[in-house]
Design a protein around this ligand. Structure first.
Ligand code: B1M
Length: 211
């Protein structure tokens, strides 16, 4: 039985080894990987997020929790990314300029890898010109952008515009996601699709590539 309280305590205290151990233990006990991710790691991080919002914890605490979350995700990564059918289709992805949040983006990367796509991860704080260079270098089928801040969402629009001005817009499908992003926003800025979570991102990429 997955103990959510133990996950929360270990994660919120930044105990990387303990989070790793709890994650492995839950898997060893036969819990499905999606459940360990959702009910173990993500729900604990959500609770940290609520306390952050309420001013009960501050950035250093959130950072150590995020680091502990990464150590748990590292245990899940080989399972989430496992795929028998490799497709040649390539996706480049990054968190937009000014935005340092990468936990959700990393999950999307893992799920897409698990879906058989080849990923080029540009990391965080990615300016439009870096997306453009990567499109020229890798010729991807899809470009994915992540933003977690209402103040950085606008960078998605700026990046799409820059890709257009570089004459590359017709070569790629563009998808966006992140907590403040909505389907309407995606439409308004001229993206080809929006996914609310990592699993939906895989479905979305498959769908737009089949169009
Ligand atoms: Co930040 N932060 N943070 N933070 N942080 C939020 C986002 C916030 C909602 C907290 C709050 O107030 N409740 C708030 C944003 C408010 C807003 O804009 N409306 C906030 C703020 C304000 C800030 C700072 C400005 C704080 C400050 O300095 N005063 C600062 C900004 C730094 C910057 O980016 N320039 C900041 C900093 C940080 C840390 C560095 C401390 C840390 C990030 C560490 C890291 O990522 N390595 C951090 C964290 C961890 C959070 C919270 C607590 C957790 C985010 C997270 O990882 N969630 C967050 C509160 C919260 O969300 N509960 C918060 C788990 C993750 C799996 O979910 O990222 O939503 P998410 O990803 C999902 C979907 O959104 C989707 O799939 C993912 C998986 O299902 N998705 C995509 C994401 N990208 C996608 C792309 C796709 C498709 C789907 O296609 C391409």
């Amino acid at each position: 039985m997955l103990d959510q309280e133990k996950f929360y305590t270990a994660l919120s205290q930044g105990k990387m080894d303990e989070v790793k151990r709890l994650t492995q233990e839950a898997l060893d006990q036969g819990e499905p990987v999606e459940k360990v991710l959702k009910d173990g790691l993500l729900s604990a991080m959500d609770r940290v997020g609520v306390r952050f919002k309420n001013g009960e914890v501050y950035i250093p605490e959130v950072l150590i929790a995020a680091r502990a979350m990464h150590s748990g995700m590292a245990v899940l990564k080989p399972i989430l990314s496992k795929s028998s059918t490799r497709q040649a289709q390539q996706v480049i992805i990054g968190t937009v300029k000014g935005d340092l949040h990468d936990i959700g983006k990393n999950l999307v990367v893992m799920m897409l890898e698990g879906g058989g796509f080849e990923i080029v991860d540009l990391g965080i704080d990615v300016p439009p010109n870096k997306f453009i260079e990567a499109i020229k270098t890798h010729q991807p089928h899809v470009v994915g952008m992540s933003a977690l801040l209402t103040t950085t969402m606008i960078e998605m629009k700026n990046t799409i515009q820059a890709i257009e001005w570089a004459g590359l817009r017709n070569q790629v499908k563009i998808i966006v996601g992140g907590a403040p992003v909505t389907s309407k926003f995606a439409q308004d800025i001229g993206a080809d699709g929006y996914a609310p979570d990592a699993a939906s991102a895989v479905d979305l990429v498959r769908k737009i590539l089949a169009e």
